[in-house]
Design a binder for this molecule. Structure first.
Ligand SMILES: Cc1cc2nc3c(=O)[nH]c(=O)nc-3n(C[C@H](O)[C@H](O)[C@H](O)COP(=O)(O)OP(=O)(O)OC[C@H]3O[C@@H](n4cnc5c(N)ncnc54)[C@H](O)[C@@H]3O)c2cc1C
Length: 401
């Protein structure tokens, strides 16, 4: 039983799917969001760059969660690799490029709650709390069969169904994948000293160890290390892991009080060979998974959501089919440079930490040295970090779709 009842169906109710659905429905596009209920609480946090916040503000989401976010005003990189060639400490201040902050760090639970509340308030958005079981694609439409039985028809499916995407599989899109010999351990913590809105990234020979401010005397930790070491640390009791974090962070935040909820995430890169095909447009981790280094993943995903929203609204305005191949081809072309350049940068940074290869160590150290010494270079890096030079989607500039 199929009802071709909506123009666009978004599959997956993570942060990217919710954002895509809100952007589309908020612009008057009849949209359904198929969201499987969450299986486990998400204790992670997300560092959002300023352009992502601008988009969430334009969508009416940010006002309900900005009070739970901490501004990120300074970023400090410390070479803690204990290698022969060590880079100087580099500090990036948002004020150097005329900004109050690079962005904000927020716990995912608050961001998701704000997105869900906004989604529920939109009349053009049909929320379907279910799981997509199968996806059938024809020349003219797409049919999503739900776990509970009925099916839903649409012109376009936005695949926001994460790294193991059913939408990607249905569209026959292959991926290029690579795993790293590393795992990220995450947890939130309280600390004795003020963080002064400063993110500190220690570069160690097993990967970055990053402390990101949360409101008050709290921070989130992403500790990238070997899988065995991550498993050992995850198994420590609170007092032991608190001491370990204080030691590794050279006590910059004083005494550490870990909060409940540790996460362990194996590091991998996976990129879809196409970001859209056959009436399916992939967004977020369905399109690209990158390691949690440099806070890029969700920021990229939000730009995907904004880009597909913009293309659909323009096609609709011109009376064109929103799932036609000219639109999906255009989406693929629009997102490729942004995704590939960030994936490459994160991959290079991570490899440069892992490899003891001296020329690579020298190149990394020299790069940081140049950034520490040459103001215009440092400022150019900061600008590229908060707002990609290539034309950002309208929502990232605070403009409606
Ligand atoms: C440790 C860590 C720290 C990170 N920190 C940052 C950061 O600071 N900044 C940043 O920008 N990014 C960060 N990221 C990346 C960010 O978390 C991801 O990019 C983001 O969560 C991806 O969101 P998504 O909506 O694409 O996918 P997901 O969050 O995986 O959501 C996919 C959703 O689809 C649902 N789904 C799947 N299949 C189906 C189906 N068949 N039917 C219905 N629903 C389905 C799932 O249940 C899920 O709800 C971090 C990642 C990690 C691992």
């Amino acid at each position: 039983m199929s009802s071709p009842s909506v123009e666009v169906v978004v599959v997956g109710g993570g942060p990217v799917g919710l954002t895509a659905a809100i952007a589309l429905a908020g612009a008057g596009v009849e949209t359904a969001l198929i969201a499987r209920p969450a299986r486990a609480p998400d204790h992670r946090t997300t560092a959002l760059v300023q352009t992502s916040i601008t988009a969430l503000d334009a969508l009416g989401v940010w006002p309900s969660c900005r009070g739970d976010a901490a501004p990120l005003r300074v970023m400090r990189i410390v070479d803690d690799s204990a290698r022969l060639l060590r880079a100087p400490q580099v500090q990036f201040a948002a004020s150097e490029i005329g900004l109050d902050a690079f962005g904000c760090n927020i716990e995912n639970r608050f961001l998701l709650a704000a997105l869900e509340a906004r989604a529920r308030a939109l009349p053009s958005l049909r929320l379907v709390e279910d799981e997509a079981r199968t996806i059938a694609i024809t020349d003219g439409d797409i049919t999503v069969e739900l776990a509970s039985g009925p099916a839903l028809g649409a012109r376009l499916a936005v695949g926001a169904d994460g790294a193991r995407s059913l939408c990607r599989q249905a569209a026959g899109i292959a991926t290029d994948a690579r795993s790293y010999p590393q795992t990220a351990l995450t947890l939130n913590l309280g600390h004795g000293r003020q963080h002064r809105d400063t993110t500190t990234e220690f570069h160690t020979s097993r990967g970055p160890f990053t402390l990101v401010p949360l409101p008050g005397r709290r921070s989130s930790l992403v500790l990238v290390t070997s899988p065995a070491e991550a498993a050992r640390l995850a198994g420590l009791d609170d007092a032991e892991i608190g001491r370990e974090i204080e030691r590794r962070s050279h006590s910059i935040l004083g005494k550490i009080a870990p909060e409940p909820g540790r996460g362990v995430f194996p590091l991998a890169i996976e990129t879809a060979r196409r970001f859209a095909a056959r009436r399916v447009a992939l967004v977020g981790e369905a399109a690209h998974v990158i390691p949690p280094i440099g806070a890029q993943g969700l920021n990229l995903g939000l730009r995907d959501a904004a880009a597909i929203g913009e293309l659909v609204v323009a096609a609709r305005r011109d009376g064109r089919d929103v799932g036609a191949s000219d639109l999906t081809d255009r989406y693929d072309g629009t997102r490729r440079a942004d995704v590939m350049s960030r994936t490459l940068a994160i991959d290079l940074l991570n490899r440069s930490l892992l490899w003891g290869f001296l020329p690579l160590q020298s190149a990394r150290g020299f790069g940081l040295f140049l950034m520490e010494r040459i103001g215009p270079l440092r400022r150019a890096m900061m600008r590229e970090g908060v707002a990609p030079a290539a034309a950002p989607p309208r929502l990232m500039r605070g403009e409606p779709l």
